[in-house]
Design a protein around this ligand. Structure first.
Ligand SMILES: [Zn+2]
Length: 291
């Protein structure tokens, strides 16, 4: 992804991993490959492999963190899976060993340069690099950052740590941040300033939030896992099997699409493949993305 300029703010992406994670129909109950094919004209080539590559039924997923740099502070949005963690749910993400921090450094930032870490929700693939293993202990990776967790989300997962999308991440990626005094458990209308603020978008998880970014006349919405793949822009009724409330997640997608459709606001999702920077446009009685 190229650097995105939003007024006097920049957004960059650090990609930690990418690969085939999504399978139709299993990932989205009720989905069909025929319906995916019906959207091929705009999904290919970025979000759907060309025909004849033997990849029918499979869609790719990116794991990445967004870096927001304003004139006043540096923010990370979502922190991927992290290294050294046992994650049984997705074999490729088990005991990962990536050069994530080197990529952050290559983007010009040391861990101590990060002022805020914001998690759209607390599933294990959004909180991993919140911490790192140091002398056998999990410690905050970004020692000076305030970590912004939606309290509704935190309170729910505190009592549902056995969910497969948590997979012990509460203990190794969230609790150590809280115990180090680095976490702020905030309400759904939390704002850092008039540039960056939260917006509740429940359904995938109870306290899922989108993050608004606005500077000058430009704006972007970080949509986290409200959408996992662009195909859900065409079919917002397709909820991922991990949604805590499928009907609510579908309603949230429709609301976001209606709001962004045919506007200049960029949509920045947590798992969309390159080029990642997209806008929502109308497509007959549905929606599609323009890159
Ligand atoms: Zn995710």
């Amino acid at each position: 992804m190229k650097t995105l300029n939003i007024g006097n703010v920049t957004v960059d992406r650090v990609q930690d991993w990418k690969g085939a994670v999504f399978h139709v129909p299993d990932t989205w109950p009720g989905s069909t490959w025929e319906a995916v094919e019906a959207q091929r004209d705009w999904l290919e080539p970025h979000f759907l492999a060309p025909k004849g590559q033997g990849r029918d039924g499979v869609l790719d997923c990116s794991l990445h963190t967004y870096i927001i740099r304003t004139p006043h502070f540096n923010v990370l949005v979502d922190t991927c899976v992290g290294n050294d963690r046992q994650r049984a749910a997705i074999p490729d993400w088990n005991m990962m060993n990536t050069d994530y921090l080197a990529k952050i450094a290559a983007a010009g930032l040391r861990p101590e340069d990060i002022h805020y870490v914001m998690c759209t929700h607390l599933h294990f693939d959004h909180v991993g690099w919140n911490t790192k293993l140091e002398n056998g202990r999990w410690v905050p990776t970004f020692p000076r950052a305030r970590y912004i967790f939606h309290k509704t989300e935190y309170d729910y997962w505190k009592d549902h740590q056995d969910h497969f999308a948590m997979d012990n991440s509460f203990a190794d990626s969230i609790l150590p941040v809280v115990e180090a005094g680095r976490a702020d458990l905030v309400k759904g209308d939390f704002a850092i300033d008039d540039t960056i603020w939260l917006e509740p978008s429940p359904g995938h998880s109870p306290g899922h939030v989108c993050i608004n970014l606005k500077s000058g006349r430009d704006s972007a919405l970080f949509t986290g896992d409200a959408f996992h793949h662009p195909v859900q822009v065409a079919y917002p009724e397709w909820g991922i099997f991990a949604d805590t409330d499928p009907a609510q997640s579908s309603a949230t997608r429709r609301r976001i699409l209606d709001r962004l459709c045919d506007t200049p606001t960029y949509m920045l999702a947590a798992h969309f493949m390159d080029p990642t920077i997209v806008r929502v446009v109308s497509n007959k009685d549905r929606w599609k993305l323009r890159v």
